[in-house]
Structure formats: structure tokens, C-alpha cells
Design a protein around this ligand. Sequence first.
Ligand SMILES: [Zn+2]
Length: 335
Amino acid sequence: MPLATPEQFRAMVDAARADGYAYPAVNVTSSQTLNAALRGFADARSDGIAQITTGAAQYLSGPADDIAVGARAFAELAHVLAARSPVLIALHTDHATAEHVDDFIRPLLRESRRRRERGQPALFNSHMFDGSELPLTENLRIAAELLQEANELDVMLELEIGTVGGEEDGIDNADVASERLYSTPQDALAVVRALGMGERGRYLLAATFGNVHGHYAPGNVHLRPELLAELQAAVADTRGFDFVFHGGSGSAVEEIRAAVANGVVKMNVDTDMQYAFTHAIEDHFDSRQRRDPLGVEKVVFDPRSWGRKSEQAMAARVVEASEMLGSFGRTLAID
Ligand SMILES: [Zn+2]
């Protein structure tokens, strides 16, 4: 099964919306974590999304030190590996701020255009433009341009209004004013005025409702998922938004379910996945092995020996995420 086609990705979003579930969008940073995501979605029999940040793309590019190169290398690998996936996998690029439109999003769209001219699918199913640090009109002006460019290639756009708090991958909003953490119905109307409601290209909306990146104990973050219903009501004469939930790690299950009930179709999961992967490495080496590496069998240090455990642990976390979001057992893939 190749990666989700544009039609299949749209159908995935529609099915999630219609049946009241959401897809885990798993942040990956390497071939190992990509394989963990693919394994997790296969184990859950759940369609899903694998995504990379610009920071992940830079890491993936190694000494080339070029985020567009890293993202392209990742997508090429994912196309080959996901061809054997029993479920549909969509590829996405996460937060790209305004400074990365021209060294990340646009070079990737150009490469997707070249690929399509050769009869190959686009590199990614969707790209996120994060203009949340800009004034809203400027954010939406750039988003509208990118929507048009992406839509020509049948690629979806994700945009953000409001600001996700906390810190992720070098984007630090830990000190942002708390009212910025909540989108308003006026923001939602401005989005529809600038981008339309799908007729100018399909998009996903990361509208904030108190979200914070990173690991927070339940109760520490004041999420207001009911705010999403207010945003939907503001655009009542349309089909409404397909929302993305950022900063969900550590949120209470009821809050997540309420967000999904109000139109969230994609929930990003990063911190929990990183923890699952790394914690397995820690468990692999007992204290004696950490003290005296020379006394340990070589096989213990073979990167595959801990890598497999880490991948398995992260895959199990993907299965849990799919259970929580309701995508478990749901695939549009035809065997
Ligand atoms: Zn995010």
C-alpha cells in the first residue's frame, strides 16, 4: 500500500470527521522513529500520520545541514517503507514559521511539482505553516498564498491561529500572554474570509484552546475544548473546520475526547513518543553495564539491540494513542 494519495488523505479526514475520531500525528526524527510509527499504526490497524518538524529535518539532513534536504530524504525513505504498510500513512511537515517558508515549504513544494511532472506522488500530503507569531492578517495573507501553491499540487495546508504555549523544537512560547493561548470566533471568521472553506483548497486549522507543547501533568494546563464548538458556530453556514490538536501530551482523556467531538481530526503526539523511545534505552542497560562497558557482550551495544526495544516501546505508544483518539481498527486501506 503506497502512502495515502491526495484523494485517500481527504477521505481519511472526512471519515474521521464523520465518525468522530482523530488520527495520531506522530512526530519522528529518524528512520528508527519512522519505523516505530509505521509499526504502531500497523499493529493498531489504524491509518495515521507521520510528521517532521524543521528541527527534525535538520537532524535528518546530517552534515548536509539543510532542512529541505533532510525533509526530502525522509520523505523518499518513507515512500519506500510505507509501500509495505497494511494501513494508509500520510506524511506531513509540522511547524514551519515564516522564516522557513522559503527554505523549507517552498523548496519542498517545488520538488513535489517536479515529482508530479514525472508521474510520482508529491513528497508530503500536507505542510504546516505556523504564522502564529505574526499579526493575524499577515499570518492569513501568507497562508492564503501557500494554500494556493499547495492546492495546485493537491497538497493540504495546515495553519495555526492563536499561539501554542510551551516550547517545542526551538520554538519557545513559554512566556506568551495567556489570552493568546485561546483563539476567538473573530479569528475563525477571519480565517474563512482569507482562505475560504475548502473551495480554494483544503486546509487543517490548528486553533488554540489553551494548548501547551511539552509534558504537563493533567490539570496543569487549562484546556477549553468547548472553545472549538464556539469557533465552529461562528462559521455555522459552512461545513466547519477540521481542527488539529497541538500540545496534547499530558492532557486528560476527557479533554482529548471533547476536542475530538468538536472537530479535531489530527492530534500531534511528540513528547510522549520521545519519552517512550528513550525510556526503553535506559532500561536496556543495567547499572553494571553502564559502569563497565568493556565487560559486556558486544551484542548489548549493537545499536539494533536497544533500537528494536525503543521502536517497540514507541510503537506500543502509537497503539495507545490510536485507542485514545478512536482511530484504532479503522483503516480505509483496501487489502
Ligand atoms: Zn505543535
